[in-house]
Design a protein around this ligand. Structure first.
Ligand SMILES: Nc1ncnc2c1ncn2[C@@H]1O[C@H](COP(=O)(O)OP(=O)(O)OP(=O)(O)O)[C@@H](O)[C@H]1O
Ligand code: SF4
Ligand SMILES: [Mg+2]
Length: 352
């Protein structure tokens, strides 16, 4: 689903100086803790689920790639980590979400404002359109730095804005500060978006398909930059991508989503070499599985179901060549441990 225009840089709005809630980074505890999360809305008086249900936790500094076909709920899940679901008319309808030591399940905009940007930096999908075309790069970075809401003079903020451009290795940074988005290449715009997301040095960066609209050489440069930034800043990473090779390049764990649910999650290497869910296996052999370049690519038959039209039983059964009668009834299988990672397939030991 495309992002709303201008939904990009709305990150840093600190509360009154001295009153900001603490961002807790405890190496022994998950920094991000998502437990049976449901995201949805009411339509005609009935609940409509978009994400149902996702359970994942991430220690400080850890990395997770999220893959899945279009419409599987990847963006809505990431949006829940930034408290911006309301802009799409949806919200958290069940489960629990905790970030940086704060239970944010029922958080409202006023609760999110001092946390967003400080706890999680976010580069949204279609972010190349996320910069405001009217404002200079500097003005937008000052906004991301929270000028006006932090005890920061304009002169200090200008220095920080310049440092942010250095951090994302933008060439001719002094000139770029005074330019507007149409004067920048796609790669430069993406670097500015990443700089803005890092303005308040969040311990976790969420990138929703950061390289999709870029040409191949620039894609690689951005991926290398992200890797360097992680090494330099020690921050955690959540990366949404259609490309499993990209995920493996940057993330030590991967989660496959299908029709709003987690269907497989575990170490990237383990899942690539031993996928136990037929859907992940199919992704690895389809166009999404670019790690398998050179092999014959097999399209996954059929289409993923639209929200509101998920079948009973395992949501993947209409497309699954291993489906048995037991797969077509009951609830979506819950992930369970098979071969060292979690898989939501009742036949995981027999298939793939
Ligand atoms: N307000 C809404 N009302 C109804 N359906 C919605 C609403 N917002 C999102 N959806 C649906 O939720 C589903 C998940 O959307 P989402 O953008 O998270 O998918 P995605 O996995 O990020 O897909 P893509 O790979 O195309 O970006 C989509 O089918 C979308 O149409
Ligand atoms: S539970 Fe059944 S339908 Fe679902 S993925 Fe496993 S084998 Fe296929
Ligand atoms: Mg998306």
């Amino acid at each position: 689903m495309a992002e709303l225009p201008g939904a990009g840089l709305a990150t840093a709005q600190a509360a009154a100086p001295g009153t900001d809630p603490q961002i807790v980074v405890d190496p022994r505890k998950p920094y991000l803790d998502v437990d049976h999360l449901q995201i949805g809305l009411q339509r005609d008086g009935l609940p409509l689920h978009i994400v149902d249900t996702v359970t994942v936790s991430l220690l400080p500094g850890a990395s997770l790639g999220i893959v899945g076909e279009s419409g599987s709920g990847k963006t809505m899940l990431c949006r829940s980590f930034t408290g911006t679901l309301g802009r799409y008319g949806v919200g958290i309808t069940g489960g629990r979400l905790s970030i940086a030591g704060h239970d944010l399940t029922n958080a409202r905009e006023k609760d999110w404002r001092p946390i967003r940007g400080r706890a999680v930096g976010y580069v949204p999908q279609s972010s190349l359109a996320g910069l405001n075309p009217v404002l200079t790069v500097e003005t937008q970075l000052l906004e991301a730095l929270g000028l006006g809401s932090r005890t920061l003079t304009k002169a200090q903020a200008r220095i920080e804005a310049r440092q942010l451009l250095d951090m994302v290795k933008i060439p001719r940074a002094d000139a770029v500060l005074h330019e507007r988005s149409h004067q920048l290449s796609g790669g430069m715009r993406q670097r500015v978006m990443i700089a803005a997301a890092l303005a308040l040095r969040p311990p976790l960066l969420v990138l929703d398909e950061p390289t999709t609209a870029l040409d191949v050489t620039v894609q690689y440069e951005i991926l290398v930059l992200i890797r360097q930034l992680r090494e330099e800043l020690g921050m955690g990473l959540i990366l949404v991508s259609h490309d499993l090779a990209v995920v493996e390049f940057l993330c030590s764990q991967v989660m496959t989503m299908y029709a709003g649910a987690t269907v497989e999650i575990g170490a990237s290497e383990n899942i690539r070499s031993r996928p136990r869910h037929p859907y992940t296996n199919a992704l690895l052999h389809s166009r999404l599985g670019m790690a398998e370049r050179g092999k014959d690519l097999v399209a996954i038959p059929g289409e993923s179901p639209a929200v509101g039209a998920w079948p009973e039983g395992c949501r993947f059964w209409p497309r699954c060549s291993s489906a048995a009668d037991a797969c077509r009834t009951g609830a979506q299988p819950a992930p369970r441990l098979v071969d060292g990672h979690l898989t939501a397939c009742i036949r995981a030991e027999d298939v793939t």
